[in-house]
Design a protein. Structure first.
Length: 191
């Protein structure tokens, strides 16, 4: 007997992120309770109760990235300036799930702190978390998760290459039965 292989469908979208009817909206966040830029700021403004719940989860360390990192700081005008940041190994990863009436907001940590860049290892871990927890997310939603929308995780304020992020999304989620909307704004702002 042949085993049916699941295959995701990917669609690139733009415009109003929140106008798409999906089961899960993915928000790219840090683990310190700040949503100050980009799509995260839009989530904060549109869903203030979710933001308060996310902040509490951060303060309780329920949302986290525990990792071995290599970092280097340099001194500039008597201030320490962040110079280099690289994740060596992810030890533990936990996102924040918030249930709206008929969809979930999945706050995926893609940065440890808003002041630091993101890292490809964190993005891979976040995408694998989605892939490996679809049954759990379906249980929280009380229906099968079929359609999600996510931004190019870490490509804005996280300073990662948007082309590489799109490739990672497609590679990691390809063996799911999801309809994946990859949100690309007209212009990606990198700070």
């Amino acid at each position: 007997m042949l085993e049916k292989k699941e295959t995701a469908i990917f669609e690139i979208v733009s415009g109003d992120f929140f106008s798409y009817k999906v089961d899960i909206m993915v928000n790219s966040v840090n683990t310190v309770g700040v949503m100050g830029k980009g799509i995260a700021k839009e989530f904060k403004n549109k869903f203030p109760k979710m933001f308060e719940d996310y902040k509490k989860a951060c303060y309780k360390n329920d949302i986290h990235i525990k990792a071995l990192i290599e970092s280097e700081f340099i001194s500039y005008n008597k201030e320490l300036i962040f110079h280099k940041f690289q994740v060596k190994k992810i030890l533990s990863y936990s996102p924040h799930i918030y249930k709206e009436k008929d969809f979930l907001i999945l706050n995926l940590p893609t940065k440890i702190d808003w002041r630091y860049p993101s890292d490809y290892e964190i993005i891979k871990t976040a995408l694998n978390w989605i892939k490996n927890n679809l049954d759990y997310l379906s249980n929280v939603l009380n229906k099968p998760v079929k359609k999600i929308i996510l931004p190019l995780l870490g490509a804005g304020a996280g300073k990662l290459d948007p082309i590489k992020i799109e490739e990672l999304i497609k590679e990691i989620l390809k063996d799911t039965n999801l309809y994946v909307l990859i949100y690309k704004p007209k212009k990606i702002k990198q700070n």
